[in-house]
Design a protein around this ligand. Structure first.
Ligand code: ATP
Ligand code: MG
Length: 367
């Protein structure tokens, strides 16, 4: 994409602790408004990579650019101010109320009290908690709520970039899913660039626009959910695991798996089952002059050159949109006990079909 603005860029970045290279020649670019997920086993260098972005940890070699500026040439205080940080294990200060935790950075910046009050009210609403929580202490709210407060705190100074280190690590799966949904909803409105660390592949597929997989300090692969499930690397394949592949389907749109060359006829046309265009097909789709799909007919219902009549027309009961997820489409197929679904646009135009087979072939899991 030509107009993409790069918010964070790593060029051959390495980090040594003594002789140990904990981040090894890492390269990536994160686009404005994107959620970039870093994932990998414990100790692979995720937190270190995150902390080099805001220079809480200085890099040993290579170059790091934030919004086009080399971080070594920026004032570290300014840099950190423009980047929100949700630290691993929440890190709320136990002796401060939720309000003071949320406003911690604003207090340091000596933002006027009135502004701070307004911002705290705005943020607590944004993360879906009642106002009254602002006067509580961290031990008086649940773990999931604390994680939300961690996100609110990072957003307080309205940073351009948000770094999140396993922000939903310490909660049960249900709460976690809820927090992920809230994050995605929030992202739609605030449109921040986010770097999100996790070691949960399902979470990565769910929240990430792109995912980078790390191993022993190296970024071994990077790309969309599609790219990741198609990776050939044994480590990556083992790391993803079978269950997470299903989550990946949640982020892959149906249009990637549409079979577009299915046979189509216009309403009122006669059908010849021997027509070579219909070879290998059981059904033919019927469209009107505007390209709207009226239904389909089964070739077995036709003798030679017979007109399509309404009695023979079968209704399309559950079409999917090109933008629906493959997970939704496959769920619908299982629910309806059928192996394919028609794909129809919002305007009613017939695009083709999606089938189990077409989903499998784009995932290329059987090669
Ligand atoms: N201050 C430090 N001094 C020396 N070694 C460090 C320091 N901080 C981190 N390391 C080492 O660097 C490596 C990467 O650590 P990092 O915290 O980035 O891992 P991580 O991928 O975030 O792991 P986790 O999933 O457990 O949070 C580890 O081997 C760790 O022991
Ligand atoms: Mg970590």
């Amino acid at each position: 994409m030509e107009n993409t603005v790069i918010d964070v860029e790593f060029q051959n970045v390495s980090k040594y602790y003594g002789k140990e290279k904990v981040v090894d020649e890492v390269n990536f670019r994160i686009n404005r408004g994107e959620i970039f997920v870093l994932i990998g086993p414990s100790g692979c260098g995720k937190t270190t990579t995150l902390k080099m972005i805001n220079q809480l940890v200085p890099h040993s070699s290579g170059q790091i650019f934030v919004r086009g500026k080399n971080v070594t040439e920026l004032d570290p205080v300014e840099l950190r101010r423009s980047i929100g940080y949700v630290i691993q294990h929440i890190g709320l200060l136990p002796h401060l109320t939720i309000r003071d935790n949320v406003n911690f950075v604003l207090q340091l910046q000596r933002v006027p009290q009135k502004k701070q009050r307004e911002r705290a009210n705005e943020l607590i609403k944004m993360i879906g908690l009642p106002d009254s929580y602002l006067d509580r202490y961290p031990h008086e709210i649940s773990g999931g709520e604390q994680q939300r407060v961690g996100v609110a705190r990072a957003l307080a100074a309205d940073p351009e970039i948000l770094l999140m280190d396993e922000p939903f690590g310490a909660v049960d799966p249900l709460t976690r899913e809820q927090l992920q949904n809230e994050l995605l909803r929030l992202q739609k409105t605030i449109k921040k660039t986010m770097v999100f660390v996790t070691h949960d592949m399902q979470e990565a597929f769910k929240v990430g626009n792109r995912i980078g997989i790390m191993r022993r300090g190296q970024l071994v692969t990077m790309g969309t959910a599609m790219d990741i499930v198609n990776a050939k690397d044994d480590f990556v394949r083992a790391f993803i695991g079978r269950e997470a592949v299903f989550s990946a389907l949640d982020t892959i749109p149906v249009f990637q798996a549409i079979i577009r060359d299915c046979p189509v006829i216009h309403e009122g046309d006669a059908i010849d089952p021997a027509d070579p265009r219909f070879k290998d097909w059981e059904n033919v789709f019927v469209i009107n002059q505007n390209g709207h799909c009226l239904g389909y007919v089964s070739l077995t219902d036709f003798k030679a050159h017979e007109k399509v009549t309404t009695e023979k027309l079968r209704e399309i009961t559950s079409p999917c949109l090109p933008s629906d997820s493959l997970k939704k489409a496959i769920g619908e197929m299982l629910w309806g006990k059928r192996a394919w679904l028609p794909v129809v646009t919002k305007e009613g135009n017939f695009e083709g079909i999606v089938s189990f087979q077409s989903c499998v072939s784009i995932l290329a899991l059987d090669d």
